[in-house]
Write a protein that binds this ligand. Sequence first.
Ligand SMILES: Cc1cc2nc3c(=O)[nH]c(=O)nc-3n(C[C@H](O)[C@H](O)[C@H](O)COP(=O)(O)OP(=O)(O)OC[C@H]3O[C@@H](n4cnc5c(N)ncnc54)[C@H](O)[C@@H]3O)c2cc1C
Length: 447
Amino acid sequence: MDNNFDVAIIGGGVSGCAAFWTISEYTNIDKVVLLEKCDKLATISSSSKANSQTIHDGSIETNYTSQKASKVKVAADKVKHYALAKGLQNKAIFKMQKLAIGIGDEECEFIKHRHEEFKEIFQGLEFFTKDEVKKIEPKVIENPDGNDRSENVVASGFKESWCAMNFEILSESFVKEAQKANKQSEILLNFKVLNIKQNADGTYNIKAKDKREINAKFILVNAGSHSLTLAQNAGYGKDIACLPMAGSFYFVPGNLLKGKVYTVQNPKLPFAALHGDPDIAINGVTRLGPTAIVIPKLERSKYLFGNVNSELVKIDFKVDALKVALDLLKDSEIRNYALKNVMFELPWIGKKLFIKDARKIIPSLKLSELTYAKGFGEVRPQVIDMTAKKLELGEKKIITEKGLTFNMTPSPGATSCLGNAKTDTIEIAKYLNKSFDIERFQKDLEQ
Ligand SMILES: Cc1cc2nc3c(=O)[nH]c(=O)nc-3n(C[C@H](O)[C@H](O)[C@H](O)COP(=O)(O)OP(=O)(O)OC[C@H]3O[C@@H](n4cnc5c(N)ncnc54)[C@H](O)[C@@H]3O)c2cc1C
């Protein structure tokens, strides 16, 4: 094998696979390699077990401002267009209704105002009264005694939308299409990158744990929560720390919900609020979650102390990072939220506490119906900006302008995969003096 490549992409999750396809399909770059530490692609955050399977376009994610929604919608449309054009309907992309619901007068007011603002961005966004919600999502209204819940309920959303995505299957499709477009594209599995070093000629040398080595002119690091450790080992991103926020799910048997039901999020929290929806990878199961708990790991493991990451000590044990974390905990709402979420993970008691929040979505839910979804969920690598001294609300890109770019991708990173791939491909083509057929990319995915 010739070990010299034009571009090496580290990480075979949905971000790496999207970049692999974009470069292979739309540029004249010859030799691209995708490096993945596992024996399969998309088994960490992009697995259908790990995330909430939602194309986050901002219409029902109540923690997004209208500006943020306008931005993520552009990226969301790209993954929708890709999946529909490649015939992935009911394989990767699924159509269902989706609602942001307000419960009680204060939240109902919030949803009403939000709807007025967001209907300008989302054509066809509908507002639903309590009676209308009862018709389209009856379990949200039904009390355990069969009567209607007493609080007022309103919703804003769509009765039909291509809004659910199996990002694992999407990743497989990207790779298949990439290899069709460029026969020289290669994938190396079980290739755990340990070290990135610059060669004397300006190219980079990548060393794997099993001692394999390759060289590349440009390296794109899409290693999910591991991107920052690789960046800092290479001398970049020293002003960033990481708050690894694990999310878990609970299951309820049966299709209790017809579509996605999102609740109102505390604007101080950087991810979508608790929601419920039909699982698209497992038939006849309703998923509730995710929870949010800080853990000393960059990836979850079936063992309590498995995957505890020593690199996090280097990344996070800095005065400024600890200050940001402590400042967050000074806020009583965040402190209570954090404590409650720790409790959700505990056996027996966790379920008893979680059901109180879950009943906000399905009031008639019984304790006996709820089970902790073991082996589901993953870690969101939330970014702490130590210069601005704050927790960032989404993704982060470290552009070195030296042939090395690192992407950190907490939610909605899967939705943004093609948006990020476009930005990165522009940069890579420019750096390598190659061409990117951006007009065709836009025609295929943006119109
Ligand atoms: C609970 C939860 C719910 C979420 N819900 C949503 C949602 O509904 N919608 C949405 O858009 N986003 C959601 N997200 C976020 C989304 O899952 C991620 O943004 C997305 O999957 C990130 O993709 P990625 O390819 O960047 O990272 P990953 O999927 O984590 O892939 C990174 C890859 O890099 C590999 N890797 C790491 N280190 C190395 C190394 N040293 N050498 C080689 N390979 C390496 C890993 O093995 C992995 O395969 C959610 C996340 C969580 C945790």
